[in-house]
Structures are given as C-alpha cells and as structure tokens.
Design a protein around this ligand. Structure first.
Ligand code: ADP
Ligand code: ADP
Length: 229
C-alpha cells in the first residue's frame, strides 16, 4: 500500500465571518522513496498540503495516512514526536541559525532526534566539508540551502518536505540544489516532496501533483524523470 495517502482532505481557514477554503477535497498517494513535485500557482494550496503533512497545521476533514498510521487522528503530542523524528524540513529562506557555524547548525538538529546520522559525513555528502567552520553569512545562497538540507538529513528522516527550496536561488544554483535532493532521494531511500510554483522543475519528479484552487488538477507520472544536469 502507499506510503502517504490523502483522502478527501479539506482545509478551511476561518477568519471571523470569512471562510477561506484552502483545500477543497484533495486525494493523492505517494510511494516510499518517490521524488515528488507538488506544483501550482501562488495560493493554490501547496503550502497548506505540506504544512498539514508535516504536522504543522491541522486539517478540517478527511484522512491522512503516513507509513500505515493515521496522522490525521494524532494528538498534538503525537504530532510533535512525528515532526521531530520522522520529518526533515527545508525552507525557501534556509532558516539557519546565524550565530552558529555550519557544523553547529547541523549538530543542533541532531540533538532532538533518535537516530541521527554522522554530522561530518552528512556535511561531506552535501559538498560542504571545507565550509564546516563558516557561518551562514559567509556562504552563498546555494551553499546555505545545502546546509539546510544537511541539517534536515542529519535527523535521518523518513520524509523530507521542501517548501520552494530553489525559490531564492538563481536558475543554475537551484538546479544543483534539486540535483542534491534527487540524488539523496535515490541513494538514501528518503521520500522527498518539493513544492514549487516553477513548472520548469516538474519533469524532475517521479510524480508531479498539479494543484489548482485547492484541488488536484492532474497527477503526472514520469517513468523517466529528467535528471538534473
Ligand atoms: P500556495 O502554497 O500554493 O501558495 P497556500 O497553501 O499558502 O497556497 O494558500 C492556499 C489558500 O489558503 C490561499 O487562498 C491562502 O490565502 C489561504 N491561506 C493560507 N494560509 C492561511 C492562513 N493562515 N489564514 C488564512 N488563509 C490562509
Ligand atoms: P553566489 O555565486 O551564489 O552569489 P557569492 O558570490 O556570494 O555566491 O560567493 C561566492 C563564493 O564566495 C561562495 O563559495 C561563498 O561561500 C564565498 N563567500 C562569499 N562571501 C564570503 C565571506 N564573507 N566569507 C567567506 N566566503 C565567502
């Protein structure tokens, strides 16, 4: 059976009298080890999907299963454990701690998880061994995002959720970051989900879920996903 399953997931934000239907009944499934792109215009509902899947936001109705467990039934305490142990997050603006070095940023993430990977090997794997003692402000944007990826991976997560990971990078740097994510997915058997408004990224996904106005517009399966050059 599928590793991740969304069944008729709805999300309504209530702001006083006003209701905003961010997700109007979303169904999809994702297999273990898939590299998935969730694509759609701004406001389509991509972040809402990612935030709910990552246990950072609640859903209004529907069911979500991850690895055989119904996370949509979790208490907030169970969600905290799930976020901490099972999920790695990568954000558009890196969210690194500025007064910690690269190594310290990665180390910090490993302190709250059960079975962390080796810190230095993880930094090496993202190509930043020489940068271990630098501070984030001394690195380029692409390098900072690689630190953020190392930090997320060092937790040894089952699932890596990436919110516009290339959104703040130029085209070529963005492609390198995506290649790192694609390689990681292949080599470490981590399931990787990337959300983006940039359709140029879509052919890289094993699966591309197109979202529009809170609904699934289409789901593309790429038998031969485009490798990032
Ligand atoms: P995307 O990530 O595709 O840009 P979002 O998931 O952020 O889209 O937003 C989907 C819809 O939900 C939008 O109409 C957005 O304005 C609304 N929305 C998102 N977050 C909130 C919130 N915290 N409160 C109210 N409305 C929200
Ligand atoms: P980009 O090409 O992504 O814009 P930059 O031009 O900012 O990157 O940086 C190019 C290289 O110089 C990168 O390897 C970056 O790590 C390094 N670098 C930039 N600023 C500093 C700094 N203050 N201290 C050390 N290295 C730096």
């Amino acid at each position: 059976s599928a590793y991740i399953e969304f069944r008729n997931v709805k999300k309504i934000y209530k702001m006083g009298e006003v209701e905003i239907e961010a997700l109007a009944g979303v169904d999809f499934s994702i297999d273990k080890g898939e590299f998935v792109v969730i694509a759609g215009a701004s406001g389509a509902g991509k972040s809402t999907i990612l935030n709910i899947l990552g246990g950072m936001d609640s859903l209004t109705s529907g069911n979500i299963f991850v690895d055989g467990k119904e996370i949509s039934g979790y208490t907030s305490r169970q969600l905290t454990t799930y976020r901490r142990y099972d999920i790695g997050f990568v954000f558009q603006f890196y969210n690194l701690v500025q007064n910690l070095t690269v190594r310290e940023n990665v180390e910090l993430a490993t302190q709250i998880c059960k079975e962390p990977l080796d810190i230095d090997q993880t930094i090496e794997a993202v190509g930043l061994r020489e940068r271990s003692r630098n501070f984030p402000a001394q690195l380029s944007g692409g390098e900072q995002q690689r630190v953020a990826i190392a930090r997320a991976l060092a937790k040894n997560p089952k699932l890596l959720l990436c919110d516009e990971p290339t959104g703040a990078l130029d085209y070529n740097t963005g492609k390198q970051v995506l290649k790192l994510l694609q390689d990681t997915c292949r080599k470490q058997k981590v399931t990787v989900i990337v959300i983006t408004h940039n359709l140029a990224l879509a052919p890289m996904g094993d699966k591309v879920i197109h979202v529009k106005n809170g609904r699934i517009e289409s789901i593309e399966i790429n038998e031969n996903p485009m490798p990032v050059e």
